[in-house]
Ligand binder design. Structure first.
Ligand SMILES: Nc1nc2c(ncn2[C@@H]2O[C@H](COP(=O)(O)OP(=O)(O)OP(=O)(O)O)[C@@H](O)[C@H]2O)c(=O)[nH]1
Ligand SMILES: [Mg+2]
Length: 334
């Protein structure tokens, strides 16, 4: 089955790409992602962008941390890519993974940021547009652990002040928002460690339950899956999104696509299969040639999210917004 076929399962009931609306005006600013991601279908203009998940099922994961700690390596492992010994600094990479889980489409956007943060405004924007975060540090570098803690504090403060600024009430209780986050202590394969598991865990215990620590090694592929599994647990997202909890579908041209038939979307309540069977029905595909939403779209996402935050800081899903609509409006030039 080719890529067209692979996408048809993501459009339940459609069976073809005809009903999907191509989104042509966003520019691909992600040259590195294009080179490191899965191969696009040669000569094909079809894209998984054509699938329209409900806005409540769209999440943005932002990966932050000091330079060289292994952010890109972890993302690459998550997306099914290989580990690279060589180092290429990231400016900003954008990836998208689409899932069909229990008959619904879910979309995970991943923003892999630069550890050198050359553009502070972009960084702030990533704090505000992000729903869930992986803050990476290296177990053999104390400075990167301290930077990870600073980053967590900055995210909370930025979200708090943006929510407070947008709130219309006269007096709002200033409680820190609950931001699902994993502190990933990478490079645990290294012998010389300057951060201990105990102190990283102790730090997370002083935080709310949405902040967890996972020791990992992108190089050895140790506990990388756990980083994302734990993140989806604290974010209350479908656990089928985690690696090894869904069928991975390759978007490569000509690759086989042994997918189970999509669940009929009009009878979700009559679904009587066992939990195990339901889990086995989940599928995920990394979208090739994904275009990063423009900064304008990001700013509108931010505005909507911060307005929602002002209304309900404690609900992590309050940031859900119709950014699909924003992207679509951008396409139409509204
Ligand atoms: N030993 C070891 N090396 C790793 C591990 N993860 C990544 N590296 C290496 O560390 C270097 C930096 O990895 P990247 O993933 O590019 O780091 P990054 O955080 O994305 O860096 P920036 O994009 O500059 O912010 C590369 O040479 C990787 O091969 C790991 O778990 N163990
Ligand atoms: Mg990188």
């Amino acid at each position: 089955m080719d890529f067209l076929g692979c996408c048809s399962w993501l459009c339940p009931g459609s069976g073809s790409m005809k009903s999907c609306t191509p989104d042509k005006q966003e520019h691909n600013t992600n040259s590195q992602a294009a080179s490191s991601g899965p191969n696009p279908s040669p000569g094909s203009s079809n894209s998984c962008d054509d699938v329209h998940p409900l806005q409540k099922n769209c999440y943005r994961l932002v990966v932050l941390g000091s330079a060289r700690v292994g952010k890109t390596s972890l993302v690459s492992r998550f997306l099914g890519g290989k580990f690279q010994e060589s180092y290429t600094p990231t400016i900003e990479d954008f990836h998208r993974k689409l899932y069909r889980i229990r008959g619904e489409i879910h979309q995970l956007d991943i923003l892999d940021t630069s550890g050198n943060h050359p553009f502070p405004a972009m960084r702030r924007l990533s704090f505000l547009t992000g729903d869930i975060f992986v803050i990476t540090f290296s177990m053999d570098s104390r400075e990167t652990f301290e930077e990870a803690i600073r980053l967590r504090e900055q995210i909370l403060e930025t979200k708090l002040s943006a929510g407070a600024a947008s709130s219309t009430g006269l007096t709002r209780k200033k409680t820190l928002p609950r931001v699902p986050m994993v502190l990933a202590g990478n490079k645990c394969d290294r012998e010389m460690k300057t951060v201990t598991v105990d102190e990283a865990m102790a730090y997370c215990e002083t935080q709310d339950s949405s902040c967890v620590f996972v020791e990992t090694s992108a190089k050895r592929n140790l506990y990388v899956d756990e980083v994302f599994y734990e993140l989806f647990v604290v974010a209350n997202l479908p656990l089928e999104m985690a690696p090894n909890h869904h069928k991975r579908v390759s978007a490569n041209f000509g690759s086989p696509c042994p997918l189970p038939p999509p669940m009929p979307s009009h009878h979700p309540k009559k679904y009587t299969l066992s939990v195990k069977r339901r889990l086995s029905d989940a599928c995920g595909v990394v979208t090739p040639n994904v275009r990063r939403p423009s900064i304008r779209t990001d700013l509108m996402i931010m505005r909507t999210k911060t307005c929602n935050m002002g209304d309900n800081m404690s609900n992590p899903n309050s940031g859900a917004l119709n950014w699909r609509r924003l992207e679509h409006e951008e396409t139409l030039g509204c």
